[in-house]
Every structure is written in C-alpha cells, then in structure tokens.
Design a protein around this ligand. Structure first.
Ligand code: ATP
Ligand code: MG
Length: 354
C-alpha cells in the first residue's frame, strides 16, 4: 500500500488530501479537505490574488492537520508529499509549495511537484470508472483558466491539440452570470437558472474559427453577445467608441433570466462539443474524458454523451473543481514512475501541461 499526501493552493481553495494506492495501483480516497475562500472573493466578483495568498497562509496548517485526522494516518505512514507547483497564482502557489517543502523536510519524505492541470485529469482515477480508463483518450479540460483539448497517450504523456484563443469557458460562465446578476461563482448559478429556461429563446452568435483551427475555441464573443441581448442599449456614440461595459444585473425589463442562462449554456456547450467530437474522430481515441470545474455541468455531460458512441467519463462532482485529492492521485503516478523533486522545487505560474 502506498499513501500520498496531496496539497493544493493554486487559486482560491486551500486543500489537503490523502490517497491510498494498492499494489495494483488502484486508488482510494482516504480524506479530502477543501477550505473554500469563495465567500471572501464573492464581494470582488472574482479571485483577489493578494487576499487569496494571505488566506492560504492562515488556513493551510489546519486543513493539512484535518486531512491526516480524517484519513486516520500518521505522518510516518506517508510515502510522499505531492504539491501543485503550477500553473496558478504565484503568491498562492508559494504558500502550498513552501508548506509541502517544510513537511517533506520535517517528516523526511520525498517531495513531488504536480501540474495542476494534470491533477484535474487524474481526478478521473478517483471515479467509479477508474478501471475502464484506457489510452489514448481525449481530455476536454475545462476550468476557470483553461479550455484545452488534450490527447492523453499514457500516464504523464500529453499532446495539446488545441485550446481557447481568448477566454476560458469557465470565465465565460462567470462573466455571463455577473451580467445576469446571478453572482459568483457563475457556473453552478447558470446551470441552476438554466433548468427553468428555454435554450432556444435567444440566439447568440457562435464563434466560427474556420477549418484551419479545427480544435480551437473562442468564448469572448458570446459574452458580448449576451451583454448586447440583455442590457439596456448604450447610447450609439458610446457603443461606437467600444464603451460597452459589464454592468452587473442591469437588465432590460423584458429579459427572462432563466431563458438567457439556458440559451447561453446551450451555445457554450455546443461550442465545446464540436471541436471535441472532431478531435475524437481524428485521433481514434478510446474515450472522451471531461475534467476541470466546468465538467461538473450536467447539461454538458448529457449533451456530449448523446452525440457520441464513445464512452464519456467525468470526475465525481466534488472533485471537478479544485481539490488536493486529484493532486495526490497525479502525485501517486509520478511517484510510481520515480519522480522525486528536491527542496529547490519552485512555483511556475505559467507551467504548461505539454
Ligand atoms: N456546474 C457548472 N457548470 C459550469 N461551470 C462550472 C460549474 N461548476 C463550476 N464551474 C466553473 O468552473 C470554474 C472553476 O473551475 P476550477 O476550480 O477547475 O478552475 P480554476 O482552478 O480556477 O482554473 P484552472 O484550473 O484553469 O487553474 C469556474 O469558472 C466555475 O464557474
Ligand atoms: Mg483548477
């Protein structure tokens, strides 16, 4: 049995977890503690980096302690400490990486740096269908900061097929939710509101990226399209000067929020599905995997599954958004492959997956 302690502080969740692997490499989640800062950041309508880093400092020790207690594990039983070292907010990453280094030194355990995006992918190994995962697979990695199509050829072996040219899809959900006055974080709020709405009520122009970029995405246009459809029209002179701005919850009287949310969600999901199906076919993959915060979206899960004969796998709902269980899971496979990092491990805010 191998026990990995995971630590995640790349954005606004302070998280620690313990994952156990048996001799065959089958994973079991022993503890997963996430302290969310969402209430603190809600008043800013997004993550405030300086505040996020300070809150990690205040919380990390208690979160780590609670994870060990919940897992009923003593430090000397652990085999390694896995920590997110990028991508993410530099100040936030530093808190987790330095804390992990302290533990590795104090407990005399190997330190393993994990890519946050790889962590999102490995949340699938903590799902009920972990035994069905085969390579090559196509992963649609969709979160607050990323929208990428990744060909997963083996453990730790990735090729980036395409990604967003501008906004991430999670960012679009968050911004549209603000426009509609639905609050932060936007993804769950849009999904909830959309359940009561008509997805055909509004037609939002969808990005047409042409055949040269078959696996690319673009989400900045649809955000503007929603603003134009639901906000009072700015004076023509201001609009001509490009002075349209995001005015939170300032809607025209005839706007139906549920319809607007459902129509936006349908358009955004459609824009995710088309390049994904194209890539799945072109690369003859065994399955389509969803990962990242937006993979929690049930409408996306059902729409995608209805459009392909391939199996579609997604992480358990609580493991879609940021957590340390996924970091421990990815850390286990890196540990098994022999990765060991020194105490010189640094944060890499722009760390690419491939
Ligand atoms: N049910 C949902 N439907 C759509 N979007 C969702 C849902 N739940 C969460 N999201 C979105 O997921 C995003 C958060 O995901 P995640 O925690 O993986 O992102 P992040 O860590 O901030 O970004 P990254 O992983 O790129 O660094 C937010 O944009 C949120 O609105
Ligand atoms: Mg994330």
């Amino acid at each position: 049995m191998t026990l990995i302690f995971g630590i995640e502080t790349s954005c606004d969740e302070t998280a620690a977890a313990v994952v156990e692997a048996n001799a065959e490499g089958k994973l079991r989640l022993r503890a997963n503690i996430v302290a969310s800062q969402v209430e603190m950041h809600r008043k800013y309508g997004g993550v405030f980096p300086e505040v996020a880093a300070r809150m990690h400092v205040e919380t990390i020790h208690a979160v780590a302690h609670e994870a060990l207690l919940a897992a009923d594990v003593q430090p000397d039983q652990l085999d390694a400490i896995a920590v997110t070292h990028g991508p993410g907010l530099a100040g936030s990453l530093l808190v987790g990486v330095n804390f992990a280094k302290g533990l590795a030194l104090a407990w005399d355990k190997p330190l393993i740096g994990v890519n946050h995006l790889e962590g999102h992918i490995y949340s699938l190994w903590l799902s009920d269908h972990a035994d069905s995962l085969r390579f090559p697979a196509l992963c649609l990695l969709i979160s607050g900061g990323h929208t990428e199509l990744v060909l997963v050829r083996g453990h730790g072996d990735y090729a980036l097929l395409g990604g967003t040219l501008d906004d991430a899809v999670g960012e679009a959900f968050d911004k549209v939710a603000r426009v509609l006055g639905l609050g932060y974080p936007g993804g769950p709020a849009i999904e909830r509101a959309a359940r009561e709405g008509n997805p055909h009520a509004y037609t939002f122009a969808r990005a047409d990226l042409g055949e040269e970029r078959p696996y690319a995405f673009s989400f900045s246009g649809i955000k503007t399209a929603v603003m134009r459809a639901v906000q009072p029209q700015p004076a023509h002179s201001r609009r001509a000067r490009g002075e349209e701005s995001l005015r939170e919850g300032n809607l025209r009287a005839d706007v139906n929020i549920a319809d607007a949310a459902a129509s936006f969600q349908a358009a955004a999901v459609e824009m995710l599905i088309e390049p994904t199906l194209r890539a799945a076919q072109d690369y003859s993959v065994t399955a389509i995997w969803l990962a990242g915060g937006v993979s929690a979206n049930k409408y996306l899960r059902t729409q995608l599954a209805a459009r392909t004969a391939l199996p579609v796998y997604a992480p358990p709902l609580p493991l879609c958004t940021d957590n340390a269980a996924m970091i421990a899971a990815a850390g286990y496979f890196r540990y098994a492959a022999g990765q060991r990092d020194s105490l010189a491990l640094d944060v890499q805010p722009m760390l690419p997956l491939a």
